[in-house]
Ligand binder design. Sequence first.
Ligand SMILES: [Cu+2]
Length: 477
Amino acid sequence: MTHRVRKSVWGLPDGDETLMWYERAVEALWQLPVDNPRAWFFMGAVHGVPPSFPNIPARAQFWDQCQHQSWFFLPWHRGYITAFEAVVAEEVASLGGPEDWALPYWNYSQDLADNPDARRLPSPFRDQLKPDGTRNYLFSRRRLVTNGDFGLTDQIVSLAAMGFSDFTNSTPGVPSGFGGPVTGFNPGGGDSGALEQLPHNVIHVEIGGFMRDPRTAAFDPVFWLHHCNIDRLWETWRQDPLHADPASPLWLTGQPFDMHDGQGQPFSYTAQDMLDTTQILHGYLYDTIPSPVSPGDTTPDDTEALAMSSSGDPEIAGASEAPVRLGPTVTRTRVPMNTDVALAGPDEAPGSSRRVYLELQGIRGTGVAGNYAVLIDLPGDDMVPVRAGVLSTFGHARASRADAPHGGSGLNQIFDITAHAFSLGLTRGDTGALEVLIEPMGAADQAWGVPPGLEGVVAETDEPADVTIGRINVIFE
Ligand SMILES: [Cu+2]
């Protein structure tokens, strides 16, 4: 049996019709009533429900289901985009297109030497109208960029996540592994896994428009190519014999998810059902990854992977004294250090098992905000501040609602600053404070902008963008 093959969108040859058929299918699905499980609006609301969206009977079971800041992030989205692919492929075939349509992926992290255009949005997504003057259903207003160039930097397309050896880690204060922390059903709140954080969250916010908020993200047709790429990166990671998905039954079978297939029939799945891509609905493969090994063949097991990566109990070596509200320019925060904890011995140089993390805890607020560059510095020295990472606000408003998981305590974000901590002298134990600088990246884009045809269906956000960090911690592990 042959399987659908998901290809790089920038690698599609001249004259390829994959995106032409995608656009035609989106147009057809757009016309379906919102309570039809195959409707564009229904499928987008499965991820998140925009304010002012209609209430339908299926809402409680099928909408607002996306899993974020969770070890279910990757398997839930795999089922979601594959169900979407099934619906689009069904529509393409019924419109007279190919029988084997597959979702392409956008590999923005591709080496620019191999493809100078890799970081640009492919042109079929850019223009409001098609060459014949009719509406382009792949268009969505995105950060007011019309030439496809979002200015994605090396830092934004970083694949550092692929270096994580463990899938999950639930130790507070340290990164939660490649795939995310152990949770139950979790639409948002807490720590993102490494791949979810970067590039996933950061790309969402950089693209802007609907993509900036989980409640509207799946209404942008490029959402699906972004998530197809994230899914490909998971598949690439898990094909490495040194990596393993969680072996816990809580992950494998403990949490079922409800979805609709290409015919609009309900089905449910667990993470275990997502491990062999050739067995999910119609089955698919990626053009550049070898066939999956069968589930269960992977080594080492989860507990060994966890044991290898954790080296000691994390301790808080410094903490900010009050919540930090981010301003329109640079926000500077002094983080007093506890000199008893902030001491690394001479044998604990970079490369040893001792790690230092900067934790932004309880990122809360309203509206749709941008990304922020996070830099660290020692007060009073003459060195230039160094970059600790990118703070992404994707989902911060949703994770702040009192009815959200964790009671609306917001998002957490953790950066590994080990190398900087040694070079700044933070580990000498004689440093009184660390200064953290948080600076908006790029232009503000506070409105979603309602694309043509969605007026009256999706309200433009009227909440002001506001971001507050509950506490900034320096953690020694
Ligand atoms: Cu996403």
